[in-house]
Design a protein around this ligand. Sequence first.
Ligand code: MGD
Ligand code: MGD
Ligand code: SF4
Ligand code: MO
Length: 724
Amino acid sequence: MSTRELPTYCRICEPLCGLIATVEDGKLVRLRADKEHPLSRGNACPKGIAFTEIQNDPDRVLHPLRRAKDGSFEQVSWDTALDEIGERLRGIIAEHGRGSLGWYFGNPSSFSYSHTLWMLGFQLAAGLHHVYSAGSQDVNNRFVASALLYGSPTSVPVPDLDRTDFLLMIGANPVVSHGSVMSVPRIREKLTAITKRGGRVLVVDPRRTETARLFEHVGVRPDTDAWLLAALLQVIFDEGLEDARALRRQAAGVRELRAAVARFTPEGTASITGLEPDRVRALARDLARADSAAVYGRTGTCLGRHATLVAFLIDALSLVTGNLDVPGGSVFGKELVAVSELNARLGLVGYGRHRSRIGDFPDVLRTFPAAVMAKEIATPGPGQLRALFTSAGNPISSVPNGRELAAAMARLDLFVSIDIYVNDTNRLADYILPATTFLERDDIPLPFTALSPTPYTQYTERVVEPYGEAREEWRIIDDLATRIGVQPFMIGPHLLGRAVSALRRRVPAARVRPTPTLLVDLALRTGPYGDLFGLRRGGLSLRMLRRHPHGLVLADSIATGVLPKVVQHKGGRVRLAPREIITELQALTAPTVDPGFPLRVIGMRELKSHNSWMHNVEPLMRGDREHAARIHPKDAAVAGISDGSRCRVTSPHGAIEVTARLTDDMVEGTVAIPHGWGHRGGWQRANAAGGANVNDLMSTDLADIERLAGMSHLNGVAIRLDPA
Ligand SMILES: Nc1nc2c(c(=O)[nH]1)N[C@H]1C(S)=C(S)[C@@H](COP(=O)(O)OP(=O)(O)OC[C@H]3O[C@@H](n4cnc5c(=O)[nH]c(N)nc54)[C@H](O)[C@@H]3O)O[C@H]1N2
Ligand SMILES: Nc1nc2c(c(=O)[nH]1)N[C@H]1C(S)=C(S)[C@@H](COP(=O)(O)OP(=O)(O)OC[C@H]3O[C@@H](n4cnc5c(=O)[nH]c(N)nc54)[C@H](O)[C@@H]3O)O[C@H]1N2
Ligand code: SF4
Ligand SMILES: [Mo]
């Protein structure tokens, strides 16, 4: 028997904690935290450790599956599956063109460089129009805010946690989520270090969360952050607390922004946010006077009606208080691979260059709002979506109105999914193609270096060979592309510019068939940290990273003073008053309350769940976990609901039943329900766990989709409660 201990890293969520995999005879037997990882230093969460159960799960899909006549799935060979899919695709393209093909890629794809790279290559080479992702339920508003502010959608600042004196955290619960759009292992320690050195952490959230309990909590009403942020800016301008020097140096449009926020006084917004005017004033003064401050917002600020405006105001507040691009403030990390620079130069992906057929929404990095996907399938006419692929996604569970999407999917000419499970969505597919897990592929976390307050990177080889017939996504995409006459890697030369000319010099043209590993090595070597093929001593290459299997810290902290490089707008200034934002501010009107739906539902994350896909894991499901709504006792009393009873949650768009859990952690009038429950896939334990799909309550009416970034409205949705 051979036993090996291999360093690798977790790719479930953004800290990317170092792991040691114990592999016996090609089978994973154990995962533990890697003590030698420079940043996670022996820390990992229960999900990372429990991934062993997923790797070895008997419910995993390990062979290509085809839907049989009786509706069940039957195993077929890869050749059969790929040939049949290819033939059907060619037929669909012959009749309706490539514009009828579409793709939805889900959250785990962001943790695989090869999946993302080949997906983008395929999309650009095939000219795919119908592309959707988890982004419109997650973070696209953040990209649009950056496009408007900096002219560069992928330039996103991170809070400089190690150096800040004041962290204002809005709509995030990193003690449970482990941090997002910032890549920070041991996040709890990093946050408590701020208060230990005499600083402050202030959490703005409608629930007194696990994070809020450790620090100061401001219990805001859901979906009112825009009013709070505008009021903070109003106080700062009104009391002359702005950093005039920073504004002169960095910004354009100050006067217009100042005028646009003038009507949002703490007194005038108190009835909307539920916050005492004195408290808001004090917060504005403290923030402006702090030696350094970082303003950070996450999903709680992304899934409301004004998501882009909110993300925009978060950075505006940083800039106006002199905290953008300075130590301890909101800072811009250096990219491992120069994606933003390439984008600026080549314009591969951007914002608002294309419009959706349904709803006329702008694209965000060449994706459209997933909330319109069902209507794109169901609405006849030129450009109708007829053949859909999903990879690493479970949209029936994760996008609004899963029932509408399920009904639409039944009308597709072809539905193919690339996944490790039969989930709540691909159970409706014609084919399911088995993907490798993250342990079965090599990886380098490309986007996360720039999001780490301590810049670092790590390259890992696969630690086990693929189980069964599982294949890496990029290979599957490549095989599918070939069958419709498309070559994803043809984009290589444009994508990688300098890198590919170097490749041409080194490898005779006839033999060039790029693989992700080859392309990423070239991009890395010619990137900001690269070895430039020997010209830069100590620079990065894959070969060099292989010598550091536990990962490599690249700098002690993020360099500041880089804004002139980040900003791509003409004139080199951050735009504080783009027309889109001023229009939004002018249009903000107090939310109305329908007496039939007096409460508001928001989301929350649980330590032992991961979106929709870790409910089949026995160690995570112990203790009879169940899907529960967190309800304030006063709201429960009004509705006649007691702790532990079943309750019915009704919105104007749907109804679900869940267990009631009473807690005064909730701001009155607000109910929190996790997403990703109520399973009907091929995962036995997950199905048995019960619960409901909270997104059945959510709307895909075009008027309910946020205009600027196409964000789904998932937080602050009107509901009522009744006993079940
Ligand atoms: N109401 C509400 N809805 C939400 C949210 C919310 O806060 N509230 N959050 C939103 C957010 S932030 C997100 S990111 C989305 C997530 O939404 P999605 O990305 O659509 O769904 P996931 O639940 O992450 O499902 C991921 C799928 O990928 C599969 N998978 C796991 N690893 C791999 C792999 O290596 N390869 C492949 N091919 N497949 C793999 C899993 O089996 C699973 O089927 O949900 C969104 N929906
Ligand atoms: N354990 C675990 N970890 C995860 C995930 C998981 O499912 N489970 N998912 C991963 C993914 S895909 C992501 S994107 C990240 C997300 O990372 P986070 O955004 O940190 O995760 P959440 O716990 O959803 O935190 C959002 C907070 O916003 C609050 N909130 C809701 N509505 C509002 C509002 O209108 N205003 C304000 N100010 N706050 C509001 C909620 O109460 C909640 O506490 O987590 C990642 N990590
Ligand atoms: S926090 Fe947990 S799930 Fe996230 S990367 Fe670390 S071990 Fe993996
Ligand atoms: Mo997410």
